[in-house]
Design a protein around this ligand. Structure first.
Ligand SMILES: [Zn+2]
Length: 237
């Protein structure tokens, strides 16, 4: 049994029905879900399932079932069909944030040919680390202007599912180390900010860059040799 991840093909799905396939004292697993489980740098969704508050969402260690932690002792039973609704304000903020980070990666790669080394996001705020040494002069204001120009350009964002063999030979995907994805994965989901940035990615994204709004660089700092951190916020356009 594997939970079908509805958000992979429709990030805008807010309400869904699903069957309960497993139950723990404080959590429910479903045959399908629109709830995003923590992973790939994107935090989990919150919302409701069968009217109960969902406070955490995680994949099991094998990555097969998605477990929704709920704040109640009266859980639905195995086999019940229930309705789920995600907190759209939080999710949409995370979609805008996640897309902004891909734009940031694309801009930095195009301008300086520097790869990303890590990152973290919360709704409308994030940090990303890049392999700069040192940071270019006026980096914060320069990168903010470059990213905001790309966001305003209203580039479409396309999600595709490619056979692994096709993806590993895609020139645009090679820099994101797509070949590191295990050989057992037959199909690779690709998020393409058309003309700017293409990544193998399991996260949720908005339909176009204009929907992100704008970014503000809050701080840049050194986290050591070849590791420089950018903190940013996402604001309305
Ligand atoms: Zn991503």
């Amino acid at each position: 049994m594997k939970t079908e991840l509805l958000y992979l093909s429709d990030a805008y799905l807010q309400t869904f029905t699903a069957d309960v396939v497993d139950v723990r004292p404080d959590a429910i697993a479903l045959d399908r879900t629109a709830f995003y489980p923590t992973g790939g740098g994107q935090p989990h969704d919150v919302g409701t399932l069968a009217g109960l508050e969902v406070t955490d969402v995680r994949k099991d260690p094998e990555g097969e079932l998605v477990w929704h932690t709920v704040s109640s002792s009266a859980l639905p039973a195995l086999g019940d069909t229930i309705t789920g609704t995600i907190d759209w304000t939080r999710r949409h903020a995370l979609m805008r944030t996640h897309t902004a980070l891909h734009v940031l990666c694309g801009v930095i790669w195009n301008e300086w040919r520097v790869p990303v080394t890590g990152g973290n996001m919360e709704p409308l705020s994030a940090r990303m680390d890049f392999e700069f040494d040192p940071l270019p002069a006026e980096f914060g204001s320069t990168v903010e202007a470059l990213v905001n120009a790309e966001l305003a350009a209203d580039r479409p964002i396309a999600v595709a599912f490619l056979p692994r063999d096709t993806a590993v030979h895609d020139e645009d995907l090679i820099r994101t180390k797509v070949s590191m994805i295990p050989e057992t994965v037959a199909e690779i989901r690709v998020v393409d900010i058309v003309g700017l940035d293409k990544q193998a990615d399991g996260g949720t994204h908005v339909h176009s860059t204009a929907e992100v709004g704008r970014i503000k660089v809050i701080k840049t700092e050194s986290k050591g040799k070849g590791n420089k951190r950018i903190r940013l916020e996402i604001v309305d356009g």
